[in-house]
Design a protein around this ligand. Sequence first.
Ligand code: CA2
Length: 180
Amino acid sequence: MRDHPTFPVCEHKDMLRIRVLHGPNLNLLGTREQSIYGTLSLDALDSSITKLANELAVKVDLRQSNSESELVTWIQEARTGYDGIIINPAAYTHTSVAIRDAIASVGLPTVEVHLSNIHQREEFRHRSYIAGVAIGQISGLGPTGYLLALRGLHDHLTASRRQKKTAAPATSRRTVKGTR
Ligand code: CA2
């Protein structure tokens, strides 16, 4: 079983935390079907995601599973302790109402990533059950897609944090009586 590394080592309480999930068979990256999925191994892909995360001061937790139920559990668990999710649901993209429901129920901004361009491939890959509950989908850009997803999600989360901070907190609103 692969470890689930969490980076960077030095953490700050305000750091953004993003869970990165790789679906079934992505553990085989770089070993087969290189003309479709490229030559990079999953470990090398995770290292490049971690490197960018460190530059952006984002804490990432990277996991791969061949099991739909494990992916659902990890999405549910992300509700506490994470600000967003990046997921390549692999074949479950095209079949899994369970993963879609899990993403919808946690309500965390989620970006869907595919190494290949699913819209240029077989008809059955054109439909994504995930796209409707994701803030965006990146497909066809290979490993770069994960890095773009990380930058995009980082910008999205930073902007919504800033918005929350500038919105007047309800407790600071005062009603002044008898001044009219
Ligand atoms: O393009 C993608 O990233 C996919 O999510 C990959 C899935 C496929 O079912 C989706 O339609 C599109 C397949 C992942 C399998 O990965 C392998 C990697 C190397 C060797 C064999 C399989």
